[in-house]
Design a protein around this ligand. Structure first.
Ligand code: MMA
Ligand code: CA
Length: 280
C-alpha cells in the first residue's frame, strides 16, 4: 500500500515537472530567453572585470603600503642611528666635562692651600718685620745711650765734665758731620753752660756744633730737640745771610766768648762730637 502511494506521488511530481519544462520551451517565449542569457553573461563579464580591477587596486595599494613602510623603516633607522651617535657624543662630552670639573676642583683646592700658605707666610713676615723694626729702634737707642767707642777710642777724645769731645780732622757738611758723630755713639756738641763754651773756645777750632734752625726758620734747636737758651752768637748773628743759613758754626780766633755764626748747612767744615758715658 505504502509503495503504491509513493509511486503515485512520484508520478504526479514527474508530470508536474514535465508540464513546467513544456511550458518553458514554448516557441513564443524563445527571444526573451536569449536576451536574458546575454545579459547575465555580460553581467558576469562585468563582475569578473570588476573583480580583476578590485584585485589590481588591492595589489597596487598593498605594494604602495609595503614601499611606504620600507621608506618609513629606513627613516626611523637612520634617525635612530643619528640619535645614537648624538647620545654617544653627548655622553663623551659629559665625561670630558666631568673630568675637567674634577681637575678644576683639584686645582682650586691646591690654589686655596697655596693662598692660605702665602697668607700665613705673609703674616709671619709681617710679624718678623715688626720685630726687626722694634729691634732696630732698640739698637739705635742703645747706641745713643751706650757709645760704641772703647777706652782706646776715648783716649783720643777730650774729657770735660761728664762728657767726652771729639774734634774731626776732615771737613764735612753739617748733616754728614752729625751722621759721623752718631756712628761714633755720640752727636754734634750741645753747649749748655758757660763753662762748656769756654772749654770749646780753648780748643780754638772752626767747627760745626749741634745747633740748627732747619726745621723752622728763626727757631734754633739743639740736636737733642731742646730749645736754645744760653746763646753765644757773634755780633750781628744769626743773620740768615742770603736766606740760606740754617746751621751753626763755632768760630776760632775770637777775643770774646760770642763765637757762633750761622752758615749754609752744605758748607764743609770740621766738627765736634760730644759723647756722654753710659751712667752704669
Ligand atoms: C759774613 C757774614 C756772616 C755770614 C758769612 C757767610 C764772613 O761773614 O755775613 O753772617 O754767615 O759772611 O759767608
Ligand atoms: Ca751768619
Amino acid at each position: 500500500m505504502e509503495e503504491e502511494v509513493y509511486a503515485n506521488v512520484s508520478n504526479l511530481e514527474l508530470e508536474e515537472i514535465q508540464d513546467t519544462s513544456t511550458k518553458r520551451t514554448t516557441p513564443d517565449q524563445q527571444p526573451d530567453d536569449r536576451t536574458g542569457g546575454r545579459r547575465s553573461r555580460l553581467a558576469a563579464v562585468c563582475l569578473g572585470l570588476l573583480c580583476v580591477l578590485l584585485l589590481i587596486t588591492i595589489i597596487v595599494i598593498c605594494v604602495r603600503n609595503v614601499k611606504e613602510k620600507e621608506a618609513m623603516d629606513q627613516t626611523i633607522s637612520s634617525l635612530s642611528k643619528n640619535l645614537t651617535a648624538e647620545r654617544e657624543t653627548l655622553s663623551s662630552s659629559i665625561m670630558t666635562l666631568t673630568e675637567e670639573r674634577d681637575q678644576l676642583k683639584n686645582s682650586n683646592k691646591d690654589l686655596t692651600e697655596e693662598r692660605d700658605q702665602l697668607k700665613n707666610s705673609n703674616k709671619n713676615l709681617t710679624e718678623e718685620r715688626d720685630q726687626l723694626k722694634i729691634l732696630t729702634e732698640q739698637k739705635k737707642k742703645d747706641q745713643q745711650n751706650h757709645p760704641k767707642h772703647t777706652v782706646n777710642d776715648l783716649a783720643s777724645w777730650k774729657k770735660f765734665g761728664s762728657s767726652h769731645y771729639y774734634i774731626s780732622t776732615e771737613a764735612k757738611t753739617w748733616d754728614k758731620a752729625r751722621q759721623n758723630c752718631r756712628e761714633r755713639g755720640a752727636d754734634l756738641v750741645i753747649i749748655n753752660s758757660k763753662e762748656e763754651q769756654e772749654f770749646i773756645k780753648r780748643e780754638n777750632k772752626y767747627v760745626w756744633i749741634g745747633l740748627s734752625d732747619a726745621d723752622e726758620e728763626g727757631v734754633w734747636k739743639w740736636v737733642d730737640g731742646s730749645p736754645l737758651t744760653t746763646k753765644y752768637w757773634n755780633t750781628g748773628e744769626p743773620n740768615d745771610y742770603a736766606k740760606a743759613e740754617d746751621c751753626a758754626v763755632f768760630k776760632d780766633g775770637k777775643d770774646t766768648l760770642e763765637t757762633w755764626n750761622d752758615l749754609p748747612c752744605c758748607y764743609e767744615n770740621l766738627w765736634i762730637c760730644e759723647a756722654t758715658l753710659p751712667s752704669s
